[in-house]
Design a protein around this ligand. Structure first.
Ligand SMILES: [Zn+2]
Length: 250
């Protein structure tokens, strides 16, 4: 299909009432694309075009009016086992940071690789390590700067971890037994906090041309995790660290 095609171009009246989709593809498909094409055709076959004037309708709400609340609910309802909906939306992290984590899962944060895919021509260098190319998975998991925070986090919980390649899998696999309810809640918001702080430093360097020292970034991360935890725990800053490293309970 051509980019500029509109629904009316693809909807044929097919004589006598009714009407149906008349979709022509620009090229033939590869084997591995057939499933997706079938899904697409099934998906549109369930939709019938009615011939009156167009208007914008927000389908999630019955009255068709957009609301942030319904948008948030629709994200929460993303029940696919392949997306860490529970891990993101069920966490106690502040909501804008959960939105950020969710966007990172979907590859929607504006990293250089994403801009290049959209046709921008630019040099792709991670501003944190200046060694690798920048992508969401790199910055948030594999970059040396993020790794320092990950190492610190895991050592304060006293656990070893094998890292997944992607943000999505990392969150899906971010489970540990025997932490107890409250430590488990901190454990669950920790990756989101780490993403948030690392991304903040990336933006500071990109847009404000300022840099935090490694020590300040570590402190910021711990301080944030501590503050986020205040809604479920009443501990002072020092006891918080002892609490994290309390060892697993059986
Ligand atoms: Zn890097």
């Amino acid at each position: 299909m051509h980019n500029s095609v509109v629904v009316a171009d693809l909807w044929g009246s097919q004589g006598g009432g009714g009407g149906g989709w008349e979709v022509n593809f620009r090229r033939s498909f590869h084997d591995w694309e057939l499933d997706e094409v079938t899904r697409f055709l099934n998906h549109i076959s369930a939709v019938k075009v009615q011939e009156w004037e167009d208007s914008l309708v927000w389908k999630i709400e019955r009255r068709g009016k957009f609301s942030v609340k319904s948008y948030y609910r629709s994200l929460k309802d993303e029940n696919s086992p392949f997306f860490p909906a529970k891990e993101v939306w069920g966490s106690h992290a502040p909501s804008r940071t959960r939105f950020f984590a969710w966007e990172a899962v979907w590859g929607k944060i504006s990293t250089v690789d994403g801009l290049m895919r959209r046709g921008w021509s630019m040099v792709n260098r991670c501003i944190l390590c200046k060694e690798n190319e920048e992508s969401a998975d790199h910055i948030l998991i594999h970059c040396g700067k993020a790794r320092e925070l990950w190492t610190l986090l895991l050592s304060s919980f006293g656990v070893l971890w094998v890292f997944s390649a992607s943000v999505r899998n990392l969150l899906l696999e971010w489970k540990i037994k025997g932490l107890g309810k409250k430590r488990c809640a901190v454990w669950r918001m920790a990756p989101i906090c780490l993403f948030w702080c690392t991304w903040g430093e990336r933006n500071r360097r990109t847009f404000q041309e300022e840099e935090m020292s490694d020590t300040s970034l570590r402190n910021l991360f711990y301080r944030s995790l501590f503050e986020w935890s205040q809604q479920i725990l009443i501990l002072d800053y020092l006891t918080f660290f002892n609490f994290l490293g309390d060892g697993l309970v059986d």
